[in-house]
Ligand binder design. Structure first.
Ligand code: BGC
Length: 759
């Protein structure tokens, strides 16, 4: 059982601690201390080595060499890229039966959005705003992963991203620190449960510490340069929330912070993470990120490895700089034995918490995969979560939902493209198991007449396709000419009652190392859309993507647009559920959609300048552009429904509060449409005057509710004292007296407002 205790943090910054860590895993465990006493220096250093094997032991990226021999020699602390109870058992046997101290291995994996039952990409999941469902999905992923021998998850990824050029925006919860923190907590809870050593829970790993989503120009792995104020107020809260939730491990990011890469950044890993936040778990590097500090210009492999250890990094992923240089650094007085011991202690403590020290084969039960993986219930949960992740961006003439007994032209390069359903970072998923949209339509609407046509290639650019297809065929350029394909789709449209066009990005057009400077729909598909609309038939666009896209042209068309991200293994069924109205869409955007890339970075919690331009046109000497308005194409929190909700009667229970008091806000929400629907009621707060320039408004609360047709509900939201706090110029987490304005509504442009004064 995991032992919890209240941690007394080391206050490196007196009085700066905000809402400190609630629970962290126990440290200084007798079993671990006993083991440490028996260990040689080499064995301690061996525990700091995290490898991904090839060849003999298991499948996985063939990167690390001689893994078997190293395990036997006590030179490996953990592996990733190894799965399956038998393979994991075999790997553990190498450690337990052959190494001197018989210390089992941590077995990690990137279980980013489901293990084998792949659910939508995390950006999509966040659009559900449903924390219970997110926790359930994470728990399902943990159950499947542990059934397959994996007890350590390199997730949640909680990097705030405000630049949709960055491909990894797909992997996180979007732009907002309040929502991001809530999602981080739900995921850690779902993975870790209450008992880390239970057979169906796993150690979570919050990543990428820190600020990875702010890489310059959205180019992956790029420099980050950010003020401390922005870090503390906007970018760090989700990492801290994961720590507060008791996350067992953390992974450093590739980028630098204040000139020092995260993997060697003592301020980040020791002063902030362990000191200020009270984290006492395991810190690992990202893939070769220790070695990469050589390229960053911080010295040779020995120097950067010593730097990383001294900064507070415990485990070195793949690079083996620790393994090959720490002994020498110790002999030369560049690191201390205590620093090596401390890092080793943290690796062993993680093993203790996962129950491995008691039973190395705890996660090698050959019966479990059959019982726990890809079950009917799991697939049903993936389907449900997918339907909740979809965002109805527009619905001209109520084109959606579509009646089931009609003739449908189902067109587009993603309508029957199994390889593109799972989305980025689904290495444990199997694309062959994914349900295509064509199949989903047949399942859900067996009586509909379907006229299928591909209509266009995802992109006609063969060079681009080559880059996207590194993990297999994602963009398949048809042998037929674009004109022939287009004509076929137009013919299908003309002979149908309605058109559904499934378009957008292939799976690997977003994700790691998949940044784009042009985030519009590729021209091949735009042509298709124009031609379909020109037929005069009602057109519903179903857009798949791993990021917000720039779609001003499509938004202007008389169409419906359903944004479905990359929905996972149940893609087709879930899309059919929503298209045919079995589920009324309720997703809300968690990242702002720009009009064009020139507006990036773009996010809702912007500040006023001294020369604000109220929307409505260009004004000289105001903060605006000559060529485009300041407002985004689609605001944060936006998402329509097949019904409509009316907000009224906003009330605050107090007009004046002290710093210890909460404010209770009530609002009446009524379903004024014709069908039942879910709505995410959102609360934004504006701190009118304070010592540092405030954002115009910030998300500070939300609640997802279900309203039957005609139903009216009074919804209660609470602002707690910490919701009014911010980090000031001294990085103190404070409130300042004065007026606050509360806005409640259906998106970040909510207008219904009330106010109170903090005395
Ligand atoms: C990614 C991490 C991932 C790691 C191990 C890296 O390239 O940045 O997010 O956990 O690989 O697969």
């Amino acid at each position: 059982m995991i032992l919890r205790k209240h941690v007394t943090a080391i206050f490196l910054f007196p009085l700066l601690f905000s809402c400190g860590p609630k629970e962290q895993t126990l440290t200084n465990i007798p079993e671990v201390e006993e083991l440490l006493k028996k260990m040689t220096l080499e064995e301690k250093i061996g525990q700091l080595n995290l490898l991904t094997p090839g060849g003999g032991v298991a499948t996985g990226a063939v990167v690390s060499e001689n893994v078997e021999a190293k395990i036997k020699a006590g030179q490996v602390g953990g592996l990733f890229g190894v799965a399956g109870p038998e393979r994991v058992r075999k790997a553990q046997q190498l450690a337990v039966e052959h190494s001197r101290l018989k210390i089992p291995l941590l077995i990690g994996s990137d279980v980013i959005h489901g293990y084998k039952t792949t659910y939508p990409i995390p950006l999509g999941v966040s659009c559900s705003w449903d924390m219970d469902l997110i926790e359930q999905a994470a728990h399902m992923a943990a159950t499947e992963a542990t059934a397959d021998g994996v007890m350590w998850n390199f997730s949640p990824m909680v990097d705030i991203a405000r630049d949709p050029r960055w491909g990894r925006i797909a992997e996180g919860a979007g732009e907002d620190p309040f929502l991001g923190a809530a999602v981080a907590r739900a995921m850690v809870k779902g993975y870790q449960g209450d008992d880390l050593s239970a057979p169906n829970t796993m150690l979570a790993c919050v990543k990428h510490l820190a600020l990875y989503g702010a890489s310059q120009a959205g180019r992956d792995y790029h420099t980050v340069d950010m003020s401390k104020l922005k870090m503390f107020n906007q970018y760090l809260p989700p990492y801290q929330a994961a720590v507060d939730e008791g996350v067992a491990s953390a992974m450093t990011s590739f980028n630098d912070i204040d000139g020092v890469p995260a993997s060697g950044n003592k301020w980040l890993l020791t002063d902030l993470l362990r000191g200020r936040w009270g984290f006492n778990g395991l810190v690992i590097s990202d893939y070769t990120s220790v070695n990469e500090m050589v390229e960053h210009g911080l010295g040779d492999i020995q120097a950067v490895s010593a730097l990383a250890l001294k900064a507070g990094l415990d485990m070195d992923m793949v690079g083996e700089g620790f393994l090959t240089t720490l002994k020498k650094s110790l002999e030369e007085g560049k690191v201390t034995e205590e620093e090596i011991t401390q890092a080793c202690r943290r690796v062993l403590e993680a093993k203790y918490h996962s129950g491995l020290l008691n039973d190395p084969y705890r996660y090698s039960d050959a019966q479990r995969p059959e019982r726990d993986i890809l079950t009917t219930e799991n697939r049903a949960l993936a389907r449900k979560l997918a339907t909740r992740s979809f965002v109805l961006l527009k619905n001209h003439d109520a084109i959606l939902p579509i009646k089931k007994e009609v003739k449908i032209a189902l067109v587009g390069p993603l309508a029957d493209s199994r390889n593109n359903m799972l989305g980025t970072w689904a290495p444990t998923g199997n694309p062959d198991l994914a349900v295509t949209i064509l199949e989903g339509f047949k399942n859900v609407a067996p009586n509909a007449v379907l006229n299928y046509a591909k209509g266009a290639n995802i992109s006609d650019d063969a060079e681009f396709a080559k880059k996207v297809n590194v993990f297999g065929p994602r963009i398949v350029i048809d042998e037929r000419s674009p004109e022939t394909m287009l004509q076929e789709a137009v013919n299908a449209a003309k002979t149908s009652d309605v058109v559904v066009a499934v378009i957008g990005e292939a799976t690997e057009m977003s994700g790691e190392s998949a940044s784009r400077t042009d985030i519009s729909i590729p021209e091949s598909q735009k042509k298709l859309i124009r031609a379909l609309v020109a037929t005069g038939k009602p057109v519903a666009l179903v857009i798949m993507s791993g990021r917000p896209l720039t779609i001003p042209e499509e938004m202007d068309l008389p169409v419906a647009i359903l944004q479905v991200w990359h929905p996972g293994v149940e893609a087709g069924n879930a899309i059919a559920d929503v298209v045919f109205g079995h589920y009324n869409p309720s997703g809300k955007l968690t990242a702002t959609w720009p009009r064009n890339v020139g507006q990036i970075p773009i996010y809702h919690s912007i500040k006023n300048t001294g020369r604000p331009n109220p929307e409505g046109g260009y004004e000289k000497f105001k903060t605006n552009y000559l060529d485009v308005s300041n407002s985004p194409l689609l605001p944060f929190g936006h998402g329509l429904s097949y019904t409509a909700f009316d907000y009224s009667d906003l009330k605050l229970d107090k007009s004046e509060i002290s710093t210890e008091e909460s404010v209770t806000i009530t609002v009446t929400v009524e379903n004024v449409g014709d069908v039942a629907g879910e709505e995410v009621v959102q609360l934004y707060l504006s701190d009118v005057v304070r010592s540092i320039t405030p954002p115009k408004r910030q998300l500070k609360g939300f609640k997802k509710i279900l309203l039957e047709k005609g139903e009216k509900k009074e919804v209660t939201l609470t602002l707690k004292p910490e919701d009014l706090k911010f980090y000031n110029n001294q990085l103190e987490f404070v409130t300042e007296p004065g007026e606050f304005i509360v806005y409640v509504g259906t998106d970040s442009n909510a207008t219904l407002s009330g106010s109170f004064v903090l005395k």
